[in-house]
Design a protein around this ligand. Structure first.
Ligand SMILES: Cc1cc2nc3c(=O)[nH]c(=O)nc-3n(C[C@H](O)[C@H](O)[C@H](O)COP(=O)(O)OP(=O)(O)OC[C@H]3O[C@@H](n4cnc5c(N)ncnc54)[C@H](O)[C@@H]3O)c2cc1C
Length: 251
């Protein structure tokens, strides 16, 4: 290792081609169902696999990290990518790598410390597309076997314990059982787990906001309204589709 530590040194370039799991079979049973293959779902799957927990990782989109295919709309991440560090003297290589990881806001954790985001972008504020590529490489390197094109539509307590989850899969509808369900569905979390009425009253979904920034000119934020008594004037598309959806809450 040279005088600067580089995240690019710790990648999983030699990983074999990833195994692509078959669609989930109707009636399959797992210890854990993970919904969503964004950063949270991938990280959860890594540790479930590491600890030998049987799981299925389902993702509605065609690949991991789909949030970052669209957002941030400016396409520059706000999470920094600190890949190079000066020689910190007293630190051992192990301590130095640990220190570097703590200042790397994009890479996921793994015992192997690989792959790391620094191998996919050298930019301090990377392009969001690079994070999508990184997340795909992480899923492949650790053989997390996400099932893409699998959308969870409903989660409910199952008779006899655990949960039952209804899925739309490329091969048609399926229902799977799981002792635990880890909902890592980001903005989509309302769909499978149901009643978010409490939230709908006070928020505007980021995905509902227009691209035309001029509509914000002169407008005030929710916190402004609270502190100054001014009306909330940001464009507010109705959340009634979510507020009145018929999905039951997890019970
Ligand atoms: C405008 C904006 C900008 C942001 N910029 C950054 C940034 O630069 N850097 C950063 O670190 N964080 C950023 N964040 C925060 C970012 O959203 C989170 O860090 C990250 O996306 C959270 O990961 P997650 O896995 O929890 O959710 P997500 O990344 O949202 O992943 C959820 C996944 O679940 C899938 N899914 C949803 N519903 C279902 C379903 N029913 N069945 C199956 N799959 C489903 C989705 O397709 C998606 O892939 C930003 C957030 C916003 C709102």
């Amino acid at each position: 290792m040279g005088s600067t530590w580089s995240a690019a040194e710790a990648t999983a370039e030699d990983a074999e081609a990833p195994a692509r799991p078959p669609p989930l079979k109707d009636g399959a049973s797992y210890e854990c169902l993970v919904i969503g293959a964004g950063p949270a779902g991938l990280q959860a799957a890594y540790f479930l696999r590491k600890f030998g927990v049987t799981y299925a990782l389902v993702e509605a989109a065609h690949g991991p990290g789909s949030f970052f295919e669209t957002y941030p709309r400016g396409r520059r991440l706000i999470s920094i990518n600190k890949t190079h560090f000066p020689d910190l003297g007293a630190l051992s290589p192990e301590e130095r790598a640990e220190f570097a990881l703590r200042h790397d806001w994009n890479s996921l954790l793994s015992d192997e410390r690989a792959p790391l985001m620094g191998a996919f972008s050298a930019a301090y504020y990377p392009h969001a597309d690079d994070l999508v590529r990184y997340l795909a490489a992480y899923a492949d390197a650790h053989r997390l076997e996400p099932r893409y094109g699998h959308r969870a539509t409903r989660v409910e307590a199952a008779a006899g314990g655990g949960f039952s989850a209804a899925l739309e899969t490329p091969d048609g509808p399926a229902t799977v059982r799981a002792t635990l369900v880890f909902v890592a569905a980001g903005l989509g979390a309302a769909a499978p787990v149901g009643d978010w009425r409490w939230r709908a009253a006070a928020t505007v979904d980021y995905g509902d906001l227009p691209d035309d920034l001029s509509v914000f000119a002169g407008n005030r934020t929710e916190s402004d309204r609270r502190f100054r008594g001014n009306p909330l004037r940001i464009p507010q598309k109705s959340r009634s589709a979510v507020a009145s959806n018929s999905f039951p809450a997890v019970s």
